[in-house]
Structure formats: C-alpha cells, structure tokens
Write a protein that binds this ligand. Structure first.
Ligand code: AMP
Length: 184
C-alpha cells in the first residue's frame, strides 16, 4: 500500500517477479474491464463500490496462477475491503505474509503522477483528480496502516529515489520479517 504515485505498481511488479507469483492490481483489473459509471468514478478519483471491486478481486484471486501466492496492489483500499479480504483468505486457510507501505513526500507523489500522465495517458493523472486521490487515500486508506501495524504485518519502506534503490529497501524490509499476529 501507499498513496497514489508512491510506486506501488512498479514495486509490486518487481516483488511479484522475484517471488514468482502474480502481481494483482485492482486499478489494472478495473482499467481492463470497467465501463460507464465505474470509469467515470475512476476518472474523478473516487473509490468504486466495495462489493464491485471485491467481486472482481475474488475472481482474479481464484485463478490457478494465484494458488501459491500473490502480490496485491491497490486492494484493500478501505477498512471494509480489508475485513472482506480477511474473510476471503481465512476461508481458504490463507493469510497475508506482509503489508508493505511505500512512503513518499506529497511533492514527489505529485511530480511522479504528472510525469506518468505524459507517458501512460491515464485519465486520472491530472492535477484536480490527483489532489482528490491523495485526499481519498488519506481519509479511506491510511487507517489501514494502523490496522496492519497492530498485527505486526506492516513494513514501512522509504519510497524516495529511483526504482532500483526502492526495490533494494523493500527487499530488505521483507527479509527482516517480523512476527505476524492473527486478524482482529
Ligand atoms: P490505482 O491504479 O490503484 O491508482 O487505481 C485507480 C483507480 O481505480 C482509483 O482511483 C479508484 O477509482 C479505482 N480503484 C482501484 N482500486 C480500488 C479499490 N480497491 N477500491 C475502490 N476503487 C479502486
């Protein structure tokens, strides 16, 4: 997890490659299949409904390639989704190994998203929507930091610098481990 522009996508792909598991991005799942109202909500920087995104994620997580693990990117995004993920994993006798938090100053996030806008042409990488997405992150997603910290799952990683530097820090943070507590 991490605010928009923190490098979740880039780093998520690298971790998934290193672990030989799929990288499952809720934003990418939506961009591939969403239409109408959902696309409008995404373009406005709003979260789409919990039930809709959860349904899409469960479908993806049941694919054979996710049977021995996965890297989630962008999901869960609020407390409700985190609870739903716990229930989904518990039912399968699975659980999260770690939750990585990529941290970066707001100015860096803004700069990265504006740079990405030029390359990827994402409709939600414009100044108004970027500001809204950062606010939504703070109000909806940031509460998950405390939740996963209490469980001993959280690994804070400095998201400043180039992707290779960040990847090295992330790798070290995952290796250093930590005792994970049960969901509550
Ligand atoms: P991302 O690619 O993770 O930045 O997501 C792009 C957009 O997709 C977000 O701004 C939301 O509109 C939507 N989205 C992605 N993941 C979720 C989620 N877990 N819950 C609700 N909306 C999501």
């Amino acid at each position: 997890m991490g605010p928009p522009g923190s490098g979740k996508g880039t780093q998520g792909v690298l971790v998934a490659q290193a672990q030989a598991v799929p990288h499952i991005s809720s934003g990418a799942v939506l961009r591939a299949g969403a239409s109408g109202e959902v696309l409008a909500q995404m373009a406005a920087g709003e979260l789409i409904g919990d039930d809709l995104i959860a349904g899409l994620m469960w479908t993806r997580l049941r694919d054979a390639d996710a049977a021995r693990g996965f890297v989630l990117d962008g999901f869960p995004r609020d407390v409700e989704q985190a609870g739903a993920l716990d229930a989904f994993l518990q039912e399968r006798g699975e659980g999260l190994d770690a939750v990585v938090l990529l941290e970066a100053p707001r100015d860096d996030l803004l700069a990265r998203m504006l740079a990405r806008a030029e390359v990827e042409q994402r409709p939600d990488d414009n100044p108004t929507t970027i500001a809204r997405r950062l606010d939504v992150y703070e109000s909806e997603t940031e509460p998950l930091v405390a939740l996963y910290d209490r469980r001993g799952l959280l690994r804070r990683v400095d998201g400043a610098g180039d992707p290779a530097q960040i990847a090295a820090r992330l790798d070290a943070a995952l290796r250093s481990g930590g005792q994970a507590a049960a969901p509550r």
